[in-house]
Design a protein around this ligand. Sequence first.
Ligand SMILES: *[C@@H]1O[C@H](CO)[C@@H](O)[C@H](O)[C@H]1NC(C)=O
Ligand SMILES: *[C@@H]1O[C@H](CO)[C@@H](O)[C@H](O)[C@H]1NC(C)=O
Ligand SMILES: *[C@@H]1O[C@H](CO)[C@@H](O)[C@H](O)[C@H]1NC(C)=O
Ligand SMILES: *[C@@H]1O[C@H](CO)[C@@H](O)[C@H](O)[C@H]1NC(C)=O
Ligand SMILES: *[C@@H]1O[C@H](CO)[C@@H](O)[C@H](O)[C@H]1NC(C)=O
Length: 551
Amino acid sequence: MILLPALLLILWGEPGLCLEEDRGFDGHIRRFTVADDTVYVATEKKLYQLSHDLTPVQSLTLRGIFKDGSREAVFYRVSEGAEWNGTFSINILLPFVENHTLISCGVSDYECGYCEILDLKNISNRIYSENVRVGPTKRSNVSVAFLVKLKKSLADTYILSATQKYDGESVKCSNNYQTVNLHNTNNDQMGEIFAVIDERGTPNIVCTGNVEFVDGFQISSTIYLLSNLPSGPKNTVRLSWLEAKEKKVDTFKSLRTVTLSVSDGGSSRLLSSSLIPGGSLWSGVFTVDGGQTNTELLVFDIRPDFTGGTETDFCQLATSKTLKPKAVLFRQKHMSSVLAVRQRSWMVFFIGTGDGQLIKLAVDKNYHTTCPKVLYRADDDRQMFPQILLDQVDRRHVYVAFRDQMKLVPVSKCSTYTTVQQCWSAQDPHCVWCGSKQSCTFEDDCKDSDWVSIPDHFQQKMVSYQLVKDSTGPIQINVHTHLTVSQVPSNFACQFSGPSTEFCGNKGPPPQFPQCTCILINGTIPAQGVSSVLSLDVAGGTMAVPGQMKE
Ligand SMILES: *[C@@H]1O[C@H](CO)[C@@H](O)[C@H](O)[C@H]1NC(C)=O
Ligand SMILES: *[C@@H]1O[C@H](CO)[C@@H](O)[C@H](O)[C@H]1NC(C)=O
Ligand SMILES: *[C@@H]1O[C@H](CO)[C@@H](O)[C@H](O)[C@H]1NC(C)=O
Ligand SMILES: *[C@@H]1O[C@H](CO)[C@@H](O)[C@H](O)[C@H]1NC(C)=O
Ligand SMILES: *[C@@H]1O[C@H](CO)[C@@H](O)[C@H](O)[C@H]1NC(C)=O
């Protein structure tokens, strides 16, 4: 049976504007982050505050002089062109939104490190600063730091820093710090701001080998850490869980780890990671053959398992448990970063590649992937910064960075699809066909909520036919439309036509969205095939969905 739904018509929409903002910075980008309507970018030379559309608000130089103060050296920024002898190189940039502050920590040429707490809305206002080590003692791309809450209250927020220790770190700088530490965020906590101690000493987690941290985050009371252990015979990728307990020491004692089983027997390395919102699924980009070229996007269910004995060494390789992926979603050379979002029941992945492409991949709940689309391609194959972030204001753009540039790339260009058929065939969960506007738009832009779009699982065609023959009853054709509708259609009808006269009897059940039935009078399908037109009163008018079936 060949299914040939030929689709007609439907009016032309206005071609929309496509935003594609560009912003160049002074110096290479080292870190960037987004909080609500503001973007913060740290380069080698400056810290920038920008609005969500990348309009500059202000910038601070990271060059200055460290002068001896009463207790310790203080960092004084110098004005443009003035003499400077110190640079504050930012490794950690954490918006502490609830406290209206931006925590920035890094390395200075002075002491072991330096941190500043700035006003989140106006980075020119420095609230606090200290010569203190938080995170690595040198520029590092294999360390992570993020805020965690051990209890429910704001006062119980800490900075978790996970850092490879380097040979040759001075005792002064490594004193009290281990591989994973919890730093205070305020002076009311035991030992004051940035301290790692608690009532029972300096709790932390050690690692006796090499470790590269790739990502970390907290979901309710579980803290997740993702890392590569490169020191074994082959690289091992690990997922670690910590349970947020009232005390730092108890939190660290809860450590449990599994090895992510990626390729059979081969060496694999985690390059980038993204939690899939709304559940326990997580996605990662891995190299799979020990080299850098062949990469895969995999999904794992990372819900924690706190059974089994406690672990004392983070980098112990003897962990017996392994976790297998739920699905391999995508294989492509040189993938380097991933961001996952949800759109209705679909998972949508934004994937950055080593040669400067941003790819969008929509995946349904059965892990069926639609065709990948290139959303953006850098003109000179520049490597993309291994981080992609979503615009939190409209959730319609993602931020990508290259060397000294940032771009705001639209997640979809719905308006380029001008018919309901094109809009549907784009298989883009961000786009709907809006009836009142007669155009393909974002769902939020369809004010009257009279839209149709792709169903919640992958379908190749908008209309499918099924021939039902059972030994006793009549032969019937079921015609099914594959649509998600904002409202059940007020009217749903089907018209069948064959080569000659009527061939559907009138005994069939009445059409009920999304299906119609035709009971064949003569018990056979006319040799020339059957055509149908399903009409639905949705999306601000009558929509006709034609299809054709041939045997
Ligand atoms: C930088 O210059 C200031 C003022 O001249 C001086 O006090 C400080 O020691 C210098 N710092 C370094 C790291 O050389
Ligand atoms: C930031 O604060 C400073 C001093 O309080 C003020 O002069 C400046 O205008 C503020 N900048 C912005 C963008 O609000
Ligand atoms: C860190 O940077 C080095 C050198 O730039 C690079 O070779 C390495 O792959 C990076 N590691 C990660 C995890 O991105
Ligand atoms: C918010 O930040 C300021 C500045 O670091 C600090 O003094 C204050 O204690 C913080 N509040 C909380 C609840 O963390
Ligand atoms: C049904 O069969 C009759 C008799 O064989 C024929 O005349 C008629 O055209 C057929 N109808 C259809 C719709 O095929």
